[in-house]
Design a protein. Sequence first.
Length: 357
Amino acid sequence: MSKIVIDNAKKVFGDTTVIEDLNVHIPDGSLFTLLGPSGCGKTTLLRMIAGFNSIEGGDFYFGENRINDIEPSKRNIGMVFQNYAIFPHLTVKDNVAFGLKQRKLPKDEIEKTTEKYLKLMQIDQYKDRKPEQLSGGQQQRVALARALAIHPDVLLMDEPLSNLDAKLRVDMRQAIREIQHEVGITTVYVTHDQEEAMAISDQIAVMYGGEIQQIGRPKELYHRPNNTFVATFIGRTNIIDAKLVNHDGKAHLQFENGQELAYPLLDGAKDQAIKVSIRPEEFMREADGEFEATIEDSVYLGSVTEYYVTIPGFNQRVQVSEESTFNEDLGKGDTFKLAVNLQKINVFTADGSQNLL
Ligand code: ATP
């Protein structure tokens, strides 16, 4: 097991620089996710860690060992991919034993380790089957058992759940998290699915355009995003144009219709145009709420109901969510009053690049 340190990484394909100068420290034993939209560079970075991509600049370390010039097969990594990549002609058991046989370990050790990981991944009852006789989720368990059986220093996973249906994805991500904790292996996990990332990760690096936008625990990213990209990519939010105005050192949020709310969290800050991020659940329906909302549409989702509303002074339609109640049936044209939980919202510079809190 080892921490992974990446200093000043650079990746160039032909004459295109995909990653300019990327730095990340991944703590020993943690599950660390690279999250971002398609094309942001997460697979490229993972392949640099694995050794499948050349490195055009910077230093990569596993623990204290610089691995830039170590070939992939010598880096002692386990890998799990989207498409399982297990051998169709081998049984489940032989798939799991594969890496151990390659390493020419003693027979009884191979047997013992294989059994251990078959059990750990709960696939021992299928050990004599061929992969084609397994479901996608079971095949992915085989891939994970095979990757872990060699006792790698790091585990790399690239969209491992993308081929599974929604229900199985949720089950498998739970299984991966539990196994990862149990084995304690430093894991780098690539996904474009923010919900999956939130559910599974100790820490997440949100990437965009080859750059890391923010690294943090899921809660930090959700509650204190660095910029509007992270605020909108992690969970859902309403980004509202507004102004910060100062009356005798007391800060106020001023919306486009002139309505103001005292905002003590930024007392003393200078007057400026801002973007305010308010998540749907940070609106509260209250009889004396400051905002008059008119429903455009409502969506019932079981535990919560989402409303799409217009609010005077807000430059766009706004999403509001609240716990569903059995009796209530509000629809288009109905109105209610909303307050905002000011302790929870975020306030950014007008270009969205910086959180003012
Ligand atoms: P996805 O979720 O779609 O896989 P990603 O975030 O993993 O996206 P990468 O596959 O890392 O993105 O790609 C990052 C950028 O590098 C993209 O613009 C892509 O077109 C480019 N790229 C990746 N591999 C190559 C290659 N072998 N040659 C040229 N350009 C490449």
